[in-house]
Design a protein around this ligand. Structure first.
Ligand code: PGA
Length: 251
């Protein structure tokens, strides 16, 4: 079993195209110091074209923050996988808790988006996570199982590299609160077991499961030492070149 670590930066609604290029250039330099791992950045849609140029030839992966399931059509405000491919995107974040909670995206929509991404050759970074209320009510694993089963319904994969799962407890996103490494490992182990139920065991064994939610230079090392944590999806700390470099260079 060899899962190549993946450190992914979700820039959310930050950076103009010019700012994005500057930050991306710093990420390229940082990633060159850690060649044994993958690095992905997901700038806002408006900066993808500019950042794509900056990343050219570097090995840093370009990702999008969402993707629609159709290739084109009357879907105001949406972006298709074909459009993202055209700009050099290889991955797309789907089902982020901000999309679920603030924009009302349902499991069914997320399932369609995952299908659309796969259809257009993008690797989905499929986000799941429980709220604090759900954790306190001891519903964490049930909530995650429902999200995983609904999000992946009908999805077929030939290998584990075709999809990335990101576990992001909602209560840890942007709050400064991180799940302890033990809490995260418990959930990651559970998710891998579930994936082995849905797909074949070897696919689940090869699939990367990222942790997200207030990942920072201070906690990345211990998180990455957990057996089933294969990388991180980083928000706030990915906007600071120094912090993100330290996260990329986890030990
Ligand atoms: P955070 O965001 O690192 O700022 O908590 C993570 C995310 O939302 O992907």
């Amino acid at each position: 079993m060899s899962r190549r670590p993946l450190i992914a930066g979700n820039w959310k609604m930050h950076t103009t195209a010019q700012e994005a290029q500057q930050l991306a250039a710093a990420v390229v330099q940082a990633a060159a110091k850690a060649a044994d791992r993958d690095v992905m950045i997901a700038p806002p849609f408006t900066a993808l074209a500019a950042v794509s140029k900056t990343l050219s030839g570097s090995g840093v992966i370009l990702g999008a923050q969402n993707v629609h399931w159709e290739t084109q059509g009357a879907f105001t405000g949406e972006i298709s996988g074909a459009m993202l491919q055209d700009l050099g995107c290889k991955m797309a974040i789907i089902g982020h808790s901000e999309r679920r909670q603030v924009f009302g995206e349902t499991d069914a929509m997320i399932n369609s988006r995952i299908g659309g991404a796969l259809q257009s050759g993008l690797v989905p970074v499929f986000c799941i996570g429980e709220t604090l209320e759900q954790r306190d009510a001891d519903q964490t694993l049930q909530v995650l199982e429902n999200q995983v089963r609904a999000g992946l319904a009908g999805v077929e994969l030939t290998d584990g590299a075709g999809l990335v799962v990101a576990y992001e407890p909602v209560w840890a996103i942007g709050t400064g609160k991180t799940a302890t490494e033990m809490q995260a490992q418990e959930v990651h182990g559970f998710i891998r077991g579930l994936l082995g139920d849905i797909f074949e065991k070897n696919i689940a064994a090869d699939m990367r499961i990222l942790y997200g939610g207030s990942v920072k230079p201070e906690n990345i090392d211990i998180l990455m030492r957990q057996e089933d944590i294969d990388g991180a999806l980083v928000g706030g700390a990915a906007l600071n070149a120094k912090s993100f470099e330290r996260i990329i260079c986890f030990q």
